[in-house]
Every structure is written in structure tokens, then in C-alpha cells.
Design a protein around this ligand. Sequence first.
Ligand SMILES: Nc1ncnc2c1ncn2[C@@H]1O[C@H](COP(=O)(O)OP(=O)(O)O)[C@@H](O)[C@H]1O
Ligand SMILES: [Mg+2]
Length: 367
Amino acid sequence: MTKTIGIIGGGQLGMMIAQAAAQMGVGCICLDPSEDAPAASVCKRHIVAAFDDMAALDELCRASDVVTYEFENVPAEILRTLDDKYHIKQGIAPLCDSQDRLREKTRAVESGLECPRFADITDIDSLRLNAEAFGYPCVLKTRRLGYDGHGQKVIRSRDDIADAAAMLSVPCILEEFVRYDYETSVIMVGDQQCGYIHFPIGRNIHTGGILDLSVVPAPGMDDDMRRRLAEGSEAFMRHNGYRGIMAIEYFVCGGRFLFNEMAPRPHNSGHYTIEGCSTSQYRELCRYLLGLPLEEPQLKAPAVMKNILGQDLDSAVGIAAERHPDTFVHLYGKSESRPKRKMGHITFVDCDIERYDAQWRDKFVKQ
Ligand SMILES: Nc1ncnc2c1ncn2[C@@H]1O[C@H](COP(=O)(O)OP(=O)(O)O)[C@@H](O)[C@H]1O
Ligand SMILES: [Mg+2]
């Protein structure tokens, strides 16, 4: 019997989940408030509804054999009701935990991972007190709903506190500012019964709080760091009983790695797995959802993934129109292009950072 995967969210991650499912002969239904959600073009059905529309979410679940999510901010009470009634294979715990920076960091510490110093901030006094303790700069973030650097502010000195306090109309968390060597992420799929697979680990380069490049394998990362990142991340999943797909972002500082945040869905830094690995994060998520055995991914060749934001869309369209072997341009089909909006990505396979710098960097707007 042909199965149907329901996807809460219809962005580019949903689109790539649905593309992987389609290759396996499996159809998807997405729910997303936007009429022209990227996933809609590859799903057999698109329910246009808000993420707090209980009746619409119920409809999505009823029409699906198994349900996953690519959007993180579905209200927790709605998730609980759905989880009681339907087959949300990954459960809702990783999603609920990832919605709150204080909770995810607390879970990380309890699981044996190191975090940047952090504190719950409820008022200007606790902000002042903790900022003095952490030193400057430090970073104030909303506990909920932050993404791509939105909902956070770097506090550079005591003089910034009054301005930053404007954020305190919602619960916040303060973090020490980490002078990391580089950022990385670990993407895993699995559960306690079937075990976990791990994708090759890259280095992530952010500009203005948004991922710009992922370079795989991570330049300068030794085997010992790779092993400890994989083991620590898997221990985090096991300790919390998380199932399905999980991406964890870390800061690497010398021999240490500090947990930054988690996402229980495919991750931007894992786009490269589509052409760069023997199996992708999207395909393995589908295999997990369908109860098929997971495949340990192998890196086919070094790869660089470039995020295409609105300002680089014309360049990406140009590259797509030319002949470049091992260069895979993905465009998400969003009707409105804006600077800083994710419009697509390009994976350069058989490419390292030196080659990217020499051949490709100049084609894009300098960030
Ligand atoms: N405590 C910190 N110290 C230094 N840089 C940080 C810190 N927190 C975040 N950043 C930078 O901002 C980026 C976005 O922050 P993050 O917490 O991952 O939020 P989101 O990705 O949800 O916007 C990070 O990838 C990193 O480059
Ligand atoms: Mg992040």
C-alpha cells in the first residue's frame, strides 16, 4: 500500500523531504499558511492553514500514515493533542524542547554536553547582574521564536543594557559571547531500537546570523573531535529519548565543543548530503518515518554548500544556466525574492574551500 507522509510546514526543508519521499514512491501532504509554500509544488496535497489551526492540523494527520515536522513553532498544546491521537513518529518532545532556548540548553547540560554560560533573564536586574558576571560582550536572546539571528542582541558594554532591556517583554536568556574557532553541526537519524546514523561533519560559516557556507569535511577538525562530537550528540539523543532526525549546532573552541542549539528536523547545513553523500538527511528521515532500515552515509567527495539568499539569486540562476560539472543548483521557487531570504542553495561537489575561494566566491555578493 502506498503510504503518505504528512509534513507540518511547507518550506524548503519540506520540499526536499517530499522530493526524497517521491523518489521512494511515497506521497506527501504539507500544511503551511503560505499559498506558494515551496513544498506545495512537490506534495500531492497542500493544506493552506495557520500552524495553530487545530482542525487543519487534525485533517493533515488524519490524511497521513505518519507525520513529521519541518517548522518548529507549532504551539505545544496543539502538538500534545495531535500526539495523543496520531502517529507522530518522532514524538513531540524534541520539538517542544527545541522551542525554548532555556529548556534545550538545560537538557544539553543534563546530558553531559558543555554549553556557553547562560542564565534565565526575567527583568532588567537579572540582565544587569548576569551581564556583569559573564562580562562583555554577551548575547541576549529571546527564549522562543528566534531564527537566522532574529530575536537576539549582542550587548557590548554596560551602556547597551538599557536598550537591550526593550527585549524583555518576552522571556529571554543571556549567554556569554563565545570566541569560537568555528561553528559546526552534527546531524543524526535514529532511535534507541534501530540505532543512530551520523552524517559527515562540516564547518559552518555564518554571516550576520545566517548560514552562508557549509564546508565538508570540516577543515582543521581532527578525528578525535569528530568522534567526540558524534558520541556526545548521540548521548544527548539517548539521554532525552529523542527519536528521528536531530541536528545540533556547536561552537568549537580549541579542544572543546559547546552546544548552541538543536533542531529536530533536517538542517540547512545538511543540504550538501543530497549530492555529497551516498544517502541524504531527507532520504534517511523518510526511511526512518517509513520504518525502513537506515543507511550509514558515506561522503562521496569534499563538498561546499552555498546558501543562496535574495541578493545572490541572479548569480545562482546564471550558474544554473551554464555547464558546471558537480555543481548542483537548487532553487526553492519562492515568488518573492528579498535580501537575506533563503531562495536556494548550491552544492559544489568535489570542491574544498580553496577551490571555492578561487572559482566561486567572487560570483556572489560579498557578505
Ligand atoms: N553565545 C554566542 N557567542 C557567539 N556567537 C553567537 C552566540 N550565539 C549565537 N551566535 C552567533 O549567531 C548565530 C545565530 O545564533 P543561534 O543561537 O544559532 O540562533 P538562530 O540560528 O536560531 O538564529 C550563531 O550561528 C553564531 O554565529
Ligand atoms: Mg542557529
